[in-house]
Design a protein around this ligand. Sequence first.
Ligand code: ARG
Length: 484
Amino acid sequence: DRSPSRGLGDVYKRQILKGFTDMADKMWAGRFSKEVDETVNAFNSSISFDGRMYRHDIQGSIAHATMLGQCGIISKSDSEKIIDGLKGILTDIENGSLEMDMTAEDIHMFIEAELTKRLGDVGKRLHTSRSRNDQVALDIRLYLKDEIKEIKALVLKLADVLCNMAQKHTETVMPGYTHLQRAQPVTLGHHLMAYAQMFLRDLGRIEDTLKRMNECPLGSCALAGTTYAIDRNMTAEALGFDRPMVNSLDGVSDRDFCVELGCAISLIMTHLSRFSEEIIMWCSWEFKFIELDDAYATGSSIMPQKKNPDITELIRGKAGRVNGNLMTLLSMLKGLPLAYNKDMQEDKEAIFDSVDNVKLCLKTFIPMIETMRVNKDKMRAAAAGGFINATDCADYLVKHGMPFRDAYKITGRLVAECIDKGLTLETLPLESYRELSELFEDDIYTAISLETCVRERKSFGGPAPESVIKQIEITKKQLGAYYE
Ligand code: ARG
């Protein structure tokens, strides 16, 4: 799951410098009288990170060669030879008998050169009516479409896990916070469903990105289409796209889909990171709301008592890196004139890194939360401190006819008195209540019990068990739309 460009050893770099030139001068020898500088060759090369698209490159070339044959642009027999040759290359890469030449300029050049090595002149016909510009635009789309499927399945799984966990915790009372100050009582189920809704929106964003990027750039050629009678609908359909892209300049220049996907991933990471931050706090001795399974925590090299939530910290850290990738993509694009510019080669490391990392984070995060232990007593105890039932106390007066602003003031005074005497609203004697308002009766204690406070918050979307059960129902139905 790591980009092959990361941690390139010196030997490997030297190999790129040394062996690179052979291939490059074969491709565009006609126009040049001198070999390209070795350092420039190494600088130019992208196979170390675009090599991962080999399958999609071959898939695209097969569709292209098929179309060339069908449209009579090359002979049927050449088309068939090319397709067989490409299939052979694919098999050989996958079974390890063909090693990718890390000195090639990019994956497209490598595969075409290998084809020509195998087929001779016939291989040289593949690139008729095609450019690496539409080829690379196609390959990234095909590659990302596959990755999106995996990301979607993982986000779906996470949202589903959250619904199931919430189901078990509709009665698990905990403090809800604003400004990280205890505010009003909620339940863990209610809290988890907030995240389920965020991940549901993430699914919507990914799906939306996929819809817009599902158009085929192949046939845009270098930038200005072609004089050959190609059939772009045929290739678009063969490759699973909804239609060919409408404008050839746009076809080769567009990387919006990388930005959109990068943005959708940044939001997934933002949600994971906020959740991680809470888990980090919940693991601390100050909270101890949860305990991570030993398989998903780490120790310290010096402090024997430590159990650290490294995974969540790493996710929080990676969220920053993924945001950096999004900024890379936006900045790379913003000044580019139409059509292709080499700057665009920088798209791949950025979007691949985001894709790799979000998958890695989701794969780790899901089993981590599935196996964490919840300390209900700690949550309940935290909810009992901090006067989180003060609003309910004020509401008691309101329900007995007092205007809310007056009720708010009286409750404020009661809270101050409690703090003064070291009491809580639950332990403050009725006389103290009645000194401030005659409306208070003995039933104030039931009204402000945490269980009542949660149970009565049954407004749509609220924390009452019946309300959270409804949220789970709705969310599960919404998730249903994303199963294949
Ligand atoms: N390796 C290049 C990239 O990733 C492929 C396209 C090259 N096209 C060109 N005209 N130099 O963008």
